[in-house]
Design a binder for this molecule. Sequence first.
Ligand SMILES: *Cc1c(COP(=O)(O)O)cnc(C)c1O
Length: 367
Amino acid sequence: MSLNQTPPPKPGVLDIAPYVGGRSHAPGATEVFKLSSNEGALGPSPSAVEAYAAAAAQMDRYPEGSARTLREAIGEAYGLDPARIVCGNGSDELLTMLANAYLRSGDEAVFSEHAFLVYKIATLANSAVPVVVAEKNRKVDVDAMLAAMGPKTRLVYLANPNNPTGSYLTSEELRRLHAGVPPGALLVIDAAYSEFVRRNDYSSGIEMVAEHGNVVMTRTFSKIYALAGLRVGWAFCPAGVADVLNRIRGPFNVSFTAQAAAVAALKDRAHVEAAVAHNEAWKTKLSDAIRALGLGVDDSVGNFILVHFPKTPGKTAQDADAFLLTRGVIVRQVGNYGLPDALRITIGPATANEKCLAALEQFVRGA
Ligand SMILES: *Cc1c(COP(=O)(O)O)cnc(C)c1O
């Protein structure tokens, strides 16, 4: 290879379609209502903002590398051993680190059809093979997942609840899935939206991590805590997995200011409760109102809803998206999740929700 040729990356890397986040601009609109990235509707806890500002004075210092204070705060809030918690620069980083640590070239990672795109990216980046399993009515099909696992399976990724479908596996279904995970494979439960779930047959998977050596659960401060811009996530792991992640993570992977804000956010329980209550009320209101317009809306346990559109020219999901954009309302197309006829709408602040509903109404009625 000559010196002016660019060397190729590892096999798999160029098969990755770069992740494209939710848009944040609506050209021409005077006011923008961003409902495209499932960010927390109420914004961060004021005490998190205060802690962040106070921490700024120490930005010349490296953070404590293992995020000890934050791990202890998480441990206290959830009743977990801080030694088995690993913090990440967003849970994306932890999901990627798990792939980096466990996937060799040719190994298989199993996940479902409409799963979070990061799983596929992390798998391909390690020259491993994504095994994508069909869902049933936009819900993870446990039997099909089990049938797809084999001796080459090293990771099984499950978002529970899933984004963008909003569906979930019950704790019983989760246990059935786990029971079939082959030896040598890890089950990774991505519970990014678990705080929003209000169903008594759901569990985030914490007990499963406590009971088994092959289950990891990841969580995030990006959604209910509304700290998406700071990038903080955490994983609760078997001791052996925590040890592995601590060997490969960047030495200072979570910034000092982010750690401080996350600790404060965790302590503001009232803010979390308010966010859950807001989400429940608006999710019901929006789902009912959009169904009344004649559009299909899936039941969602997260902080977003999936709305289905007809294929009729002028009435499609793409048409609706473009129309909403002219009104300053930004939602998410989910074609790259295998859902070309749907839009995902985040449950946002009241004004944004109202604006979105009014615009959808205009769109459907053909104003
Ligand atoms: C938003 C989201 C995350 C969180 O990502 P962060 O990197 O923590 O911001 C993880 N998994 C799913 C399914 C998500 O939708």
